[in-house]
Write a protein that binds this ligand. Sequence first.
Ligand code: GCU
Length: 331
Amino acid sequence: MRRLLALLLGLLLALSLCGCGKAQESEPVLLLRCADNQPEDYPTTRAAEYFASLVEERTDGRVVIRVFANAELGGEKSVFEQMQFGGIDFARVSVGTLSEQVPEAEMLQLPYLFRDADHMWRVLDGKIGDELLLSVRKADVAGLSWFDAGARNIYTREPVCCFRDLAGLTIRVQESELMSRMIRLWGATPVQMVYSEVYSALETGAIDGAENNWPSYEATGHFEAAPYYLLDGHARLPELLLVSKVALEKITSLDESYGDVLLQSAREAAVYERELWKERETASEALVRENGCVVTELDEAELQKFRDAAAPLYEDFPAEIQAIIKRIRAA
Ligand code: GCU
C-alpha cells in the first residue's frame, strides 16, 4: 500500500513537473496592456487588436498584449501620463493628447495644416512623419505608427450654418490649449473636457456643441444630442500607436529583434486601420444622415473665414516648428 502511494505520488510529481515545463514554454513572458478610448468595434481598437495578434505571433507567444477598449484604463490624458512611468504599456491616442508636452504634436493640431487626406499621408508616411514619430520620445513614449482619424467638424445642438453662427457658443474641445485658442478666435467659448463626458454635457445643454470626425460623432451618439453637423473640416488629427519607454525596454531585453517586430506590426496595423477607417467613415455618415441630422457644407468663401480667423495660431510656434510647418506646406 505504502509503495503504491509512493508510486502514485511520484507519478503525480513527475506529471506536474512536466506540466510546469510545458506551461513555461507556452506562457507569455510579458503580459502587457494596450489602451484605447473607443469601443471594441471601432477601427482603431480593431487595429490595436490586430497589432497585438501580430506581435504575439511574431514573438512566439512571448509578448502578449491585451487591448482594453472603451477607456477602461482611463481617459486619454490619464493613459498617456500612466504610460510615461510605465503604468500602461501601449495606447492608441489622438495626437492632441500629446500636445502639451510635444510641440510637434501640438503643431499637428493646427487648423487647415493639411490640404486633404492625400497631403497628410504624403507627409506622415514620408521623412517628416518619421521625424515626428521620433519627436514624441521626449515624452518617454515611442511612436510606432500613424492611424487615420479623418477630418474634424463642428456640431451643435442648435442650427449653425456659417462662421458667424459660432459666436457666443460653448464648444467642447480636447484637453488642448491650441484647440481652445482656435475656438476663441472663432468667437466661441472653449470647454476642455474628457471625451467620455461629452455626451451628457451635450444632452444636458452644459455645452452647445463639440467637434469631431464622422465615426466619433456617430459611435458616441453625439449626433442624437447635437444634430447639426457643419463641414468645416478644421483639423485632420492623426492618431498614434504608442509604446511606453519602460515596456519597450522590457520587450527588447527579451530579444533585440523585437523592436523591429513592434515597428513592423504597428505599420501593418496602421494599413489595416486606414482601410477600416474608410469603410467606417462612409457607414457613419450614412447612419447619421439617415437619422435626420442636418449636414451643412461650406463654400470656399465661408471656409476662408475659418482659415483667416485661425491664422494667428500659426505665428505662436518657435522657429524650429515653423520650419517643419514650411516643409509640410511644401510637401
Ligand atoms: C477622436 C479620437 C479620440 C479622442 C476624441 C476626442 O474620437 O479618436 O481618441 O479622444 O477624438 O475628441 O477626445
